[in-house]
Design a binder for this molecule. Sequence first.
Ligand SMILES: Nc1ncnc2c1ncn2[C@@H]1O[C@H](COP(=O)(O)OP(=O)(O)OP(=O)(O)O)[C@@H](O)[C@H]1O
Ligand SMILES: [Mg+2]
Length: 334
Amino acid sequence: MTMPAPERLLDVKGLSIEIDTRRGPATIVDGINLHVNKGETLGIVGESGCGKSLTMLSLMRLLPNKIKVKSGTANFAGRDLLTMSKSELRKVRGGQVGFVFQDPMTSLNPVMRIGDQICEPLIYHKNMKRSDARIRATELLRLVGIPSPAERLDAFPHELSGGMRQRVMIAIGLACDPELLIADEPTTALDVTIQAQIVDLVKELRVKLGMSVVWITHDLALIAGLVDRVAVLYAGTVVEDAPVEELFARPSHPYTRGLLASIPKLSDVAANRLSSIGGTPPEPGRRPQGCPFAPRCQLAEDICRQSVPPLEPLGGSGPHRVACFVAQRQLEAA
Ligand SMILES: Nc1ncnc2c1ncn2[C@@H]1O[C@H](COP(=O)(O)OP(=O)(O)OP(=O)(O)O)[C@@H](O)[C@H]1O
Ligand SMILES: [Mg+2]
């Protein structure tokens, strides 16, 4: 008996993002394909500057000046986030989709008390009375581990530490029981115990609400215990996408192997093949013609420098997909 295909809550296809430079438009994100199934937690990993934040900001139509979506679709629960009306989008943003931004200092309003910032989505999306919203806001602050939560409601962002602000962002992201939570490096400023507490909270809400999650991070060790599937980004493209155990057991893209090798003892096989990744990713506007990783890849061949490898199932079928000519051929030969 075949299992029915899982329902895709978010389905991003062919998303490209450009920046206007003095020398003309330059591609930053190049044809990303990503999806999140209902109830699934997707981890997104990749080194600094690979386009993780811009990809997620584009879905909420919050790209900075001079940076634009060039092409693609982002279907959320049957509607395209990239083309829906502003008023529809306002209903989705902060309601059905909760967002935790990477930088709390620029995304929290500095002149608004944090209690009001948490109450705002509750009043707007859930039609709560102010008094009920404050009760819920206190509860949310308690859930994210903020001591004396009722007293903290009246604080301004600058009166809180970086870790506290990050927890306030998480509280706002979770406020309206979202169907999808997009969390961009949400725990980087937190110490390990609080981080574990947040991870447990998110796991609990997944069960309780059937919430889907996109969790962006550099921290592969954290991802191992949290996510169902991992998409590896390199220079604005997905180079590998696999269930988490499969990715750790059989990393197939040379870039993924390099990433995993940087965590000691996680995968001896990977460590033997590529102990560190030399070089730097291409700058926007200076993308190579073929595989964007080819200039740094010890296994690159002529074809890698000529054409962009498509993201295809490893060995022809299954959920493990990789965009690498060499990895695909090695499997065929095995
Ligand atoms: N406001 C901006 N103006 C110009 N370039 C930008 C801006 N924001 C991002 N970029 C460029 O776009 C690329 C992708 O940035 P993005 O913030 O998405 O990376 P990231 O993967 O989230 O990195 P990090 O792990 O450091 O958060 C980078 O090369 C970055 O320099
Ligand atoms: Mg980022």
